[in-house]
Design a protein around this ligand. Structure first.
Ligand SMILES: Cc1cc2nc3c(=O)[nH]c(=O)nc-3n(C[C@H](O)[C@H](O)[C@H](O)COP(=O)(O)OP(=O)(O)OC[C@H]3O[C@@H](n4cnc5c(N)ncnc54)[C@H](O)[C@@H]3O)c2cc1C
Ligand SMILES: NC(=O)c1ccc[n+]([C@@H]2O[C@H](COP(=O)([O-])OP(=O)(O)OC[C@H]3O[C@@H](n4cnc5c(N)ncnc54)[C@H](O)[C@@H]3O)[C@@H](O)[C@H]2O)c1
Length: 407
């Protein structure tokens, strides 16, 4: 028997790592430790079909309950890991007990940023990360008449769409000039603003939230820095996340915008790895470190980390990918563009009708592409991004020219 491999964080990344360790023939003990009481589940549905009551609870889980025992995975739920001792090769649990490891994977994910404002602790100020949060927001949408959403990022927009579908009036307050601006840039962000306005969302940009107002401990609205007040039955906050890198920091691993790992997902300690939202990994294709806060990364990266933990030579270099569903808009995005890191956006298809592909270019090279309500093209978009060839922008914009030509 080999030494135990321990995984901290029993969510998508942790569960996929455990699965891969077994698939790759690891026959030692696997301990998968999670602070939440739920067995590992996937979060995307929590702001979409599950939130809308269209998907059953059972659909969110990564594996059936029996899978863990069947595969000899020692799943410890409701268990907080409070420390990592790299020298002793042990993790410490909240009850003071210790578990030894041969290799350790930190898949601790991320946590919502909290609003540091007066009133932010009132009843009815809601965040969306865990399944219980989604249950709470769903219950709220069934009784509320109007809500305020703070932040026009992914959580804010998907929640706004769900709320509109439930017939609730929605005001979205965003500090930036447009929704999703840092990720998508102005040209495409405008399209998302239009989508939400068409569905009756009151979008307000460039605003500064001053306080959450309350009566009797219950949030009843939001006051802006200009003194105006927006009444609401509840306030949903989606203002970004911070990576859960505290354990790594305390263990003196290299940390900076998450746990810094190499292309093989190995941290500054050779027996400790990281994957998922918490990992700031070196990406060979991009030639830099990136931290990706999306589902596909939490699905695929831990599989690479698990193989690396077993001594295989691994370089995780998948093209970053994410998707969203809002109202009748579905999209997939592949690639990576730093805020402002592109020269122009080339559109192919019907931007007004929201059936298009957008390509972000620097010079004549495609950095990223996004297909909106057009399907079965994302693989070729990934190939175009990966290929890094120079492209003729006018041909790229022409739907008559096969995309394969640019890959
Ligand atoms: C509502 C919602 C909708 C989303 N929708 C999409 C989408 O449509 N498309 C997309 O690409 N991405 C989406 N995402 C992002 C995606 O879900 C995340 O990127 C993914 O969950 C990251 O997985 P992870 O396993 O790395 O971390 P997490 O899911 O954050 O899980 C980490 C786990 O580790 C546990 N943990 C942390 N510290 C400790 C500790 N010290 N001891 C024990 N356990 C610990 C946490 O409790 C948590 O359960 C969505 C996210 C949310 C919240
Ligand atoms: N479809 C998807 O990929 C998807 C869906 C849901 C959640 N997620 C993930 O969940 C995490 C959380 O999502 P999120 O939407 O909270 O983060 P985000 O980073 O996507 O967006 C946060 C938004 O809040 C704004 N903001 C920040 N502080 C503010 C303030 N004080 N007042 C007003 N606006 C403010 C930012 O400008 C930004 O637009 C992210 O990691 C995200 O990638 C992804």
């Amino acid at each position: 028997m080999s030494a135990a491999h321990v995984i901290v964080g029993a969510s998508l990344a942790g569960a996929k790592a455990a699965e891969t360790l077994r698939e790759e023939g690891f026959d030692g003990q696997i301990v998968l430790i999670g602070e939440e009481d739920e067995r590992p589940y996937e979060r995307p549905s929590l702001s979409k079909d599950y939130l809308l009551g269209k998907a059953e609870r059972e659909t969110i889980y990564v594996h059936p309950q029996a899978w863990y025992a069947d595969h000899g995975v020692d799943l410890r739920l409701g268990t907080l890991v409070t420390g990592v001792d790299p020298l002793a090769h042990e993790v410490t649990l909240a009850d003071g007990s210790r578990i030894g490891y041969g290799k350790l994977l930190l898949a601790t994910g991320s946590a919502p940023r909290r609003l540091p404002l007066s009133g932010a602790d009132a009843e009815g100020v809601l965040y969306l990360r865990r399944v219980a949060d989604s249950d709470r927001i769903r219950a709220t949408l069934q009784t509320a008449t109007r809500i305020v959403v703070i932040g026009a990022g992914w959580i804010g927009l998907e929640t706004a769409a769900a709320a509109r579908s439930a017939g609730v009036e929605v005001t979205v307050l965003e500090a930036a000039e447009l929704p999703l601006l840092r990720v998508l840039g102005r040209e495409v962000a405008k399209s998302f603003a239009g989508l939400h306005r068409e569905h009756g969302v009151d979008l307000r940009f460039g605003v500064q939230v001053a306080e959450i107002t309350e009566s009797g401990g219950q949030a009843d609205g939001v006051r802006l820095a200009d003194g105006s007040h927006i009444p609401a039955d509840a306030v949903v906050v989606g203002i970004g996340i911070t990576p859960n890198s505290q354990l790594a920091e305390a263990a003196r691993l290299e940390v900076g915008n998450g746990i810094v790992v190499d292309a093989g997902l190995r941290s500054s300690d050779p027996d400790i790895y990281a994957a998922g939202d918490v990992a700031n990994s070196y990406h060979p294709m991009l030639g830099r470190h990136i931290r990706v806060e999306h589902w596909a990364n939490a699905l695929n990266q831990p599989q690479a980390a698990a193989r690396a933990m077993l001594g295989q030579d691994v370089a995780y270099d998948r093209v970053p990918y994410f998707y969203t569903d809002q109202y009748d808009l579905g999209m997939e995005y592949a690639g990576y563009v730093e805020p402002g890191g592109y020269d122009r956006v080339v559109f192919r298809g019907d931007l007004e009708g929201r059936e298009f592909i957008a390509f972000w270019l620097r010079g004549d090279r495609v950095l990223a592409g996004m297909n909106v309500n057009i399907w079965d093209v994302n693989e070729v978009i990934q190939a175009i991004v990966r290929g890094g060839r120079t492209v003729d922008a006018s041909r790229l914009a022409d739907p008559g020219v096969p995309l394969d030509e640019f890959a």
